[in-house]
Design a binder for this molecule. Structure first.
Ligand SMILES: CC(C)(COP(=O)(O)OP(=O)(O)OC[C@H]1O[C@@H](n2cnc3c(N)ncnc32)[C@H](O)[C@@H]1OP(=O)(O)O)[C@@H](O)C(=O)NCCC(=O)NCCS
Length: 199
């Protein structure tokens, strides 16, 4: 068995998760998730708006992703599981965390087509934003998104991110360039929206 393949997940992995929403659970990344991740990255529908997906994902890429997801203090990464099915459907994380400036970069991929557009991404974003402020004591979370990825932008706005600026022609995909919309959510904004809680 290759290192990447690992063992099959039990249905109970969501029960052993770290963060819980109504319909999703977030747990640490396991090697066995990497083969799923390969399929997600190699699906051009999933990566339609992303800068990834221009070449097939290699074992080396997966090993790098696994290490970056599990072995550094700068990244905190979760596998998203659908509580109903128990299956892994994506990855989400706070990356490049700067523990002095107290900021982190939010990134998410839901890779199972049938899991898209069902509200899971919004639920995950809300969970991770709350975790970032309340558990990690961050001051700001940032993200960059293809400015034409309207579903993603709406899900981020649902979780409290606001638009802060545009970086022009940053992504080349589908035979053309796209701008990147920069978004962020501040600690004060999070607590202001969370009624009755102290800042
Ligand atoms: C981006 C992503 C995480 C969003 O998660 P999701 O579960 O699909 O999104 P949700 O269902 O939670 O929310 C989508 C929102 O966008 C809205 N929406 C959907 N299509 C839309 C469109 N074409 N234009 C505007 N809004 C749209 C929905 O109505 C919903 O908003 P609402 O809840 O206020 O009604 C997910 O689609 C994904 O991972 N896609 C593939 C990879 C990707 O693009 N990652 C983002 C990298 S920055």
């Amino acid at each position: 068995m290759s290192q990447i393949e690992g063992t099959q997940p039990g249905r109970s992995t969501s029960e052993r998760s770290f963060l819980f929403g109504e319909r999703v659970a977030l747990r640490g990344v396991l090697r066995m998730d990497m083969n799923l991740y390969r399929g997600w990255l190699d699906d051009s529908e999933i990566t339609h708006f992303l800068e990834m997906g221009f070449r097939p994902t290699s074992d080396h890429d997966l090993e790098t992703v696994f290490k970056l997801s599990t072995e550094t203090h700068e990244n905190i990464v979760f596998t998203i599981t659908d509580k109903q099915s128990g299956q892994a459907v994506g990855l989400v994380g706070l990356y490049a965390i700067n523990w002095v400036c107290r900021r982190g970069d939010y990134r998410i991929i839901i890779g199972e087509r049938e899991s898209l557009g069902r509200g899971l991404g919004t639920e995950v974003a809300k969970l991770v934003v709350a975790y970032g402020f309340e558990t990690l004591n961050l001051e700001v979370m940032t993200l960059g998104v293809n400015s034409e990825n309207h579903r993603a932008i709406q899900s981020y706005e649902n979780a409290g991110f606001v638009r802060e600026g545009v970086r022009r022609k940053m992504i080349y995909r589908n035979s053309r360039y796209y701008d990147i919309l920069q978004m962020s959510v501040l600690r004060d904004e999070y607590y202001a929206n969370k009624s009755g809680s102290p800042a």
